[in-house]
Design a protein around this ligand. Structure first.
Ligand code: UD1
Length: 394
């Protein structure tokens, strides 16, 4: 139920999405905001950080996200190039048509770029999936999280560690809201859709039909796939695992390029596929014996659906998936990977539970809090508008 607050006028929100892991967080937010039409006019801003059909368009289509209201066309590049392009284009947009608030999700370069731009124009920023910390400053996402959280006005948190991190960093408790996880809203919603309408076509269906038991692999982090020695070690472990359990591996563009560059052969037991759309990928991993990944989001989605997940990283910014969920950190050490796989195959794998508030209603809670804050709270943007927005040249 929308909160009982005086609705003076609709508030315009820019919902920012840039890269693949943002799109599944955007979909439930779009639905929740659209269900509160007296409170919000939500506009979607696609930065263009991911731009391919298979990395972007297919997600908008399958997740039911309307076409973006604004497309910034940033495209690929180095971190600085990508961030700078998004900042320039988003600043132009916010100067021409300032929103009442900007909502950023996750930890990609677009999250960082748009939160900085908004904040410097005195537009309040809401960060969805705030407070996560790996403590690993070699991860670009960790830098993005720290900078975004250092300037955001509202923090929507997915798990207890996020709340504890933000409070330790001095954020006011009144601005930190443990609401659950919008990405879990999405996976539950899409799983129900899939149950009602099973997939009829896709490159992975033949693989699934041919194997009663299989594992799913995803790898894309620079720390795993940009270093020839680490990637080679992981590849050897995967070849070993695939002798006991057939593996299927939808390959991210960065990973595809490095497989070629380093001449890595994963052997006949690992089926390589192009990046898959959301539904096809969900259809594959939800019935897998286990998932091997270095992704952040998949650690959480597997916990949400109770699928064993072995994470090929030394740390995680999502500790609730280890403390309560199905996630085990195995790093890139071949022996550790093989040992954990064997445990799952023996039926001795970790059984987790779904963490508190991962119930499919996080976006609704977030929208209610934003409605209350923007309609009843002080209005930072109106105040800024009265005195004029800061000049970009000052
Ligand atoms: C980005 C995010 C990461 C997220 C990942 C999911 C940052 C810092 N990183 O990393 O958090 O987990 O997305 O994919 O924001 N490419 C294409 N087509 C596309 C997009 C990218 O071919 O649609 C290519 C790029 O040209 C580049 C490579 O893939 O060569 C990597 O893309 P990039 O956006 O730089 O970062 P990701 O590794 O995808």
């Amino acid at each position: 139920m929308p909160p009982l607050v005086p609705m003076t006028s609709k508030k315009t929100l820019y919902l920012v999405a840039g890269a693949r892991p943002n799109f599944m967080k955007l979909a439930p937010m779009v639905r929740a905001l659209a269900a509160r039409p007296q409170a919000f006019d939500a506009r979607i801003v696609h930065t263009g950080q991911h731009y391919d059909r298979e990395m972007s368009d297919v997600f908008f289509h399958e997740l039911g996200i309307p076409a973006p209201d604004h497309h910034l066309g940033a495209g690929a590049g180095s971190h600085a190039q990508q961030t700078a392009r998004v900042m320039e284009a988003f600043e132009r947009l916010c100067m021409q048509a300032p929103p009442d608030a900007v909502v950023v999700v996750g930890d990609v370069n677009s999250t960082l770029a748009c939160s900085i731009v908004a904040k410097k124009l005195c537009i309040p920023v809401a960060h969805v999936e705030a407070g996560l910390r790996s403590g690993d400053m070699t991860m670009p996402e960790e830098i993005n999280r720290l900078v975004t959280d250092s300037i955001s006005d509202w923090f929507f948190v997915t798990e207890p560690s996020g709340e504890a991190n933000l409070l330790r960093e001095g954020k006011p408790a009144s601005a930190v809201h443990h609401v659950g996880h919008v990405m879990v809203d999405n996976v539950l919603f899409q799983r129900d859709l899939l149950e009602r309408a099973p997939l009829a076509e896709g490159a992975s269906l033949a693989f699934k039909a041919a194997h009663a038991r299989y594992g799913v692999v995803t790898l894309h982090r620079p720390a795993t796939v940009d270093d020839a020695a680490t990637f080679g070690r992981v590849a050897e472990a995967l070849r070993g695992v695939s002798a006991e359990l057939p593996l299927v591996f939808p390959v991210h563009p960065r990973t595809r390029a490095n497989l070629q560059r380093f001449g890595i052969d994963l052997g006949p037991g690992v089926e390589l596929l192009p990046p898959l759309g959301y539904m096809e990928f969900l259809n594959l991993w939800k019935d897998a014996v286990l998932v091997l990944t270095d992704s952040g989001g998949l650690q959480e989605e597997t916990t949400a659906l109770g699928v064993p997940c072995l994470t090929l990283r030394e740390n995680t910014e999502r500790p609730v998936t280890v403390d309560e969920g199905t996630n085990v950190l195995v790093g890139s050490d071949g022996a550790a990977i093989r040992r954990e796989v064997a445990r799952v195959l023996r039926g001795d794998g970790k059984r987790g539970r779904r963490p508190a508030l991962w119930d499919g209603r996080a976006a609704e809670r977030t929208a209610d809090i934003l409605a209350r804050e923007l309609h009843a709270g002080p209005e930072p943007l109106s105040a800024a508008r009265e005195t004029g927005l800061p000049s970009i040249h000052s």
